[in-house]
Ligand binder design. Structure first.
Ligand SMILES: [Mn+2]
Length: 333
């Protein structure tokens, strides 16, 4: 996204926020660190403008992990929210209406919807947009928006933005990390962020059940394609353990082994229904793989879902990865 384009978009967004009142703020299903950080940072800004707003998520309960963030206790699950469209809506870190889950029913008309996102463009549900796939996180875009509006974050707002930044760039280690991440991080720390505290809350905040389940899954991982692809699988009997189970770190573990180029973390979320998280070290574009299977995401981190025929689907995904690896191999030789 060109700087001039971005500034025009920022201007439009700021007038959208000024002109409207009674906002719905929402994000993608299975909200993560960037989703919480971005949604609550927007809420924080609207709070300062003395606007009415409500943060509503598809997920039934707000994720305990993010309790340390400003505004966490005011987040509603969709079932707790009044079921009628809001006057205006702000969707962050989400590329399509479908990824909003049940909250999509609360959206007003397109003219009253704003989208701030860094995923590849999927659908045109909002009339006002900041979509920049060059940003490593939505929080990065919100930082830039607030900077454009001459807002200097205090510690609470800075912590929200920093949470999303380090969640999505994998603590400055994912392929999407740029000098902009470090520029923003430096400023956020100067505004009061405690990097150690945030990293502990976001990355080292598991319960025993989750760690034990992660251990089980890791001890049963499988390797394919001459150890270039790793599969981590959790069947329903392990996934059924209750809402406190958080096995998301397994996605990143799928590319933690030396020599593995791409990883799949497959979980059975209901009988014969599977959710797949894909990760790449850089050679394979897993966003392309996920899209081919009806999902989506970034080059290095993506996801899709399928039902039935577990082995057949896994084999198909592995051969899609194989296709990309041999394409790259041919180019090299
Ligand atoms: Mn994100």
């Amino acid at each position: 996204m060109k700087i001039s384009e971005k500034q025009a978009a920022f201007k439009e967004v700021l007038s959208f926020l000024k002109e409207n009142d009674h906002f719905l703020i929402t994000t993608h299903v299975n909200a993560d660190g960037d989703a919480y950080g971005a949604a609550l940072a927007i809420a924080y800004y609207l709070d300062g403008l003395e606007k009415q707003y409500q943060v509503v998520l598809h997920d039934a309960h707000p994720d305990e992990k993010y309790r340390f963030l400003w505004g966490w206790d005011s987040v509603l699950g969709n079932s707790a929210a009044p079921q009628k469209p809001y006057q205006a809506a702000i969707a962050v870190d989400v590329s399509s209406r479908q990824r909003l889950g049940d909250v999509s029913a609360l959206l007003p008309l397109r003219e009253k919807c704003l989208k701030i996102d860094h995923h590849p463009f999927e659908d045109d549900f909002a009339s006002v947009n900041i979509v920049d796939t060059g940003a490593s996180s939505t929080c990065q875009l919100i930082f830039e928006l607030l900077e454009f509006a001459n807002v200097v974050p205090d510690e609470e707002l800075a912590t929200l933005l920093y949470t999303g930044l380090i969640y999505d760039n994998g603590r400055f280690s994912n392929t999407n990390t740029t000098t902009e991440d470090f520029r923003i991080a430096r400023l956020l720390v100067s505004y009061g962020v405690q990097p150690n505290r945030v990293a502990n809350q976001v990355f080292s905040n598991h319960n025993v059940l989750s760690i034990n389940t992660i251990g089980y899954a890791l001890s049963n991982l499988q390797l394919y394609l001459d150890n270039k692809v790793c599969l981590i699988y959790l069947p329903l009997e392990y996934m059924n353990a209750g809402p406190e189970l958080d096995v998301d770190p397994l996605a990143d573990y799928s590319i933690a082994i030396r020599g593995v180029e791409a990883g799949l973390f497959v979980r059975e979320v209901s009988p014969d229904f599977y959710k797949v998280s894909l990760r790449s070290r850089g050679t394979v574009n897993v966003g392309r793989v996920a899209t081919a299977f009806g999902g989506g995401g970034h080059d290095h981190a993506a996801g899709c879902r399928f039902s039935g025929q577990l082995d057949k689907h896994i084999n198909a995904i592995v051969s899609a990865i194989d296709g990309q690896l041999s394409e790259k191999g041919r180019k090299k030789s």
